[in-house]
Design a protein around this ligand. Structure first.
Ligand code: OGA
Ligand code: ZN
Ligand code: ZN
Length: 712
């Protein structure tokens, strides 16, 4: 079963666990039919969905499908009718669970799996009396269900294999890690472990050895951290060292005979012990509410999972795999089944308007977002198009009194009498469903290696300055490929400034508005000597190094001095797939850079590779000559040098780097925060070499690109 086959699930029980299931399914685009005799269940589910949206939104980089809808029904039969999967999460009472499962069994199609969230009851006990007993399996999750990947899946009988496999597929499709257990046992695996620990914890409190807070600290400052990485056995294997697991067992096995623990004895949970635990636990919580603690728990779990994902390990691998699956799904054009084309319509929901556009596409628009984006002249300044409305004075729970489609616009009347009319085209262009977000995602840079030398991105100056079409081609080429070579440029400062000025203002730096690259008697920069310049980014020592660099060749009759370029994003990308640990160091360790002369002392530290939050490349920054002594703890020194050495090796390799000879009138323009540049050493005793350079910033480059792309 893939996510696209799973359209609707029936949930029996909407407490903490049922609510967590509801959130996980809804956020994966699955409709949920929920039965719970408690009328407050719907509210619990809604709050859980809000928490889950926040947590998953930060954890996953790929877009989740458009959310499913929640329907609260009034009987277990209604919840199970016509669904693809049933999950029961009622309190741990055998009779109650059997009653609910029997009701579902009556109405659900016989191929539909019934799964129970029970933490301890055996599937054989749960299925007795069902008409289709082989479809019942245990699917035991962990709180918070929307965030923790583990679900123990147990049929306990070979005749349930098919149902187990279907349940496994359902859970995988919503990003979980199903742990298949062939043998049924009371408490399965995780709860047996947890109970053993819990029993000891109760004894420790009972005997006055430790408080609840000390016990929690004993876990979270030590063993708990390594549990999330290696569990028990792999951790102990390490404790055995090179001598191995056998040695560990021989060395520490005998200690098991000492009765440190209370083994199977259970402390009497009498009033005294309960009072003591409650009192200590209240002190430990220190006035923090359950929702505060849950939010803190979720934030920390997201952080741990993200860290593990970066390292490609354990539960982090599950997250990474799920992200890839979601991305692939979003990239499938059929992810949303459009309604047949017809007149546009609007449907008012609890917190948003669901709009069906004339082409059949559907999009959801939040009430508050719609009010905030009212284009009327009271809300938006008619000349500047900037917001006059005070966004933060709006009622966060605002909802339309009426909403209707009038011709090609959406008209909304708000409770205070304000009226909003927004064109459907404008809304359609801002639809945030996963299809539209994907379609609107920026074109990824076209990375290249040394093979690009056979097909250089080249233009002629006359074409670039002829009209906006030529200029647009130039701007686009530099943006996507990271560089362009412009030929036949008049070898004058005026021509260089003329071309740069067509894109944006010149970015002045400590070297001035423009600068001459030639040997100087008293150089303040290696570029102004005749030595080799290895691949580098200019002004790596600035917080924001200049974005696009222009280098115009005026004279080139000295032997040597060929120019080199290498795509920093391509080098980074190779490391990302081939050597993730090197990549991680280059992303994490800030390298200090400095330029100083009589009048300046410019310093900044930044990692070689910076990523956008979605994982795409923001910048590559590298300049050996400007590197300051690292202010690193000794333990990080070798790894940092190692990663930089590897980066430099790739950046100077014949696979990645191109070399070309500039002649007078050749202009090379490149994205200085992506493409590294350099030159060979030259011989100033046998000729001259003279370049003129300047910079234009990335913001201005992007702005010109957008303006040039505007429809007529
Ligand atoms: C520089 C530089 C390149 C060259 O001035 O920063 O890299 O070809 N010059 O001299
Ligand atoms: Zn308005
Ligand atoms: Zn340079």
């Amino acid at each position: 079963m893939t996510l696209s086959d799973l359209r609707r699930v029936g949930l029996l029980g909407g407490g903490v666990i049922g609510g967590g299931w509801a959130a996980r399914f809804l956020l994966h685009g699955v409709d949920v039919h929920l039965f719970d005799p408690d009328p407050s269940a719907a509210g619990t589910v809604e709050r859980t969905v809000i928490d889950a949206r926040w947590a998953l939104g930060r954890l996953l980089t790929s877009p989740l499908p458009a959310e499913g809808s929640l329907v609260v029904v009034s009987s277990p039969q209604e919840a199970a009718a016509g669904v693809d999967f049933v999950q029961e999460s009622a309190p741990e009472r055998l009779e109650l669970k059997r009653h609910l499962l029997a009701a579902a069994d009556e109405v659900a199609d016989p191929t539909v799996v019934l799964a129970s969230s029970t933490s301890g009851l055996r599937p054989s006990a749960l299925r007795s009396g069902l008409r289709h007993p082989q479809r019942l399996v245990v699917g035991h999750p962990f709180n918070p269900v929307y965030l923790l990947p583990l679900v123990e899946v147990c049929g306990g009988d070979p005749s349930t294999d098919a149902a187990v496999q279907r349940a496994v597929a359902v859970y995988r499709s919503v990003g979980m890690h199903p742990l298949e257990l062939a043998v049924e046992t009371d408490g399965f695996v995780a709860d047996r472990l947890l109970e053993a620990l819990w029993r000891e914890a109760l004894w420790l409190v009972h005997d006055g050895v430790a408080t609840t807070s000390q016990i929690d600290d004993a876990i979270r400052y030590g063993p708990g951290l390594r549990w999330s990485v290696m569990g028990s056995f792999l951790t102990y294997r390490l404790a055995g060292g090179e001598a191995g697991m056998r040695h560990f067992l021989e060395q520490f096995g005998p200690a098991l005979q000492l009765s440190w623990t209370k083994l199977m004895d259970v402390p009497d949970l009498d009033a005294d012990l309960i009072d003591r635990i409650v009192e200590q636990s209240d002190a430990q919580a220190d006035g923090r509410s359950i929702s505060e603690l849950a939010a803190r728990r979720d934030d920390c779990l997201v952080a741990v999972l993200q860290a593990l994902r970066g390292l490609g390990w354990g539960a982090g691998e599950v997250v990474a795999r799920h992200d890839r699956a979601l991305e692939a799904r979003a990239a499938t054009p059929s992810a949303q089944v459009p309604a047949p084309p017809g007149p546009p319509s609007v449907d008012q929901r609890e917190r948003h308007l669901a709009i069906t556009f004339a082409d059949g596409h559907r999009g959801d628009f939040h009430h508050l977002w719609l009010r905030d984006n009212c284009p009327c002249t009271d809300c938006l300044h008619p000349q500047t198009h900037e917001r006059v409305l005070d966004t933060f004075s709006l009622d966060p729970d605002i909802a339309p009194v009426t909403a209707e489609v009038l011709d090609d616009a959406l008209a909304i009347d708000w409770p205070d009498g304000h009226r909003t009319v927004i064109s459907l085209d404008w809304l359609g262009a801002r639809c945030a469903c996963s299809d539209c977000r994907l379609a609107a995602a920026p074109v990824p840079p076209r990375t290249w290696d040394a093979a690009i030398a056979d097909d250089l991105p080249e233009l002629r100056f006359a074409d670039v300055v002829a009209d906006d079409v030529g200029l647009a081609e130039f701007v686009e080429m530099v943006w996507t490929t990271g560089f362009a070579v412009v030929r036949d440029v008049p070898a004058t400062a005026a021509a260089l400034h003329d071309l740069a000025g067509r894109v944006g203002p010149v970015r002045e730096t400590n070297f001035g508005r423009d600068w001459h690259v030639r040997t100087e008697l008293v150089p303040n920069n290696v570029a102004f000597t005749s030595v080799e310049l290895r691949p580098h980014s200019d002004l790596a020592n600035y917080e924001a190094p200049p974005g696009v660099q222009f280098l115009l060749c005026l004279t080139a009759d000295a032997p040597g001095g060929d120019s080199t370029l290498v795509d920093g994003f391509a080098v980074a990308d190779r490391l990302r797939t081939e050597e993730p640990e090197t990549f991680a160091v280059l992303c994490d360790v800030a390298i200090p850079y400095r330029f100083h002369d009589d009048d300046h002392d410019l310093r900044w530290s930044a990692p070689v590779i910076s990523l956008h939050p979605d994982g795409s490349y923001q910048e590559v920054r590298f300049h050996n000559a400007l590197m300051e002594p690292f202010d690193l703890p000794v333990g990080l020194v070798e790894r940092t040098y190692g990663a930089l050495r590897r980066f430099n090796q790739l950046a100077t390799s014949d696979d990645q780097r191109i070399r070309m000879r500039l002649r007078p009138g050749d202009l090379v323009v490149f994205h200085n925060r992506r493409v590294l540049h350099g030159r060979d050493a030259f011989d100033p005793g046998h000729g001259h070499r003279h370049l003129l350079g300047l910079y234009v910033d990335v913001d201005d480059w992007r702005s010109r690109r957008r303006v040039l792309q505007r429809p007529e």
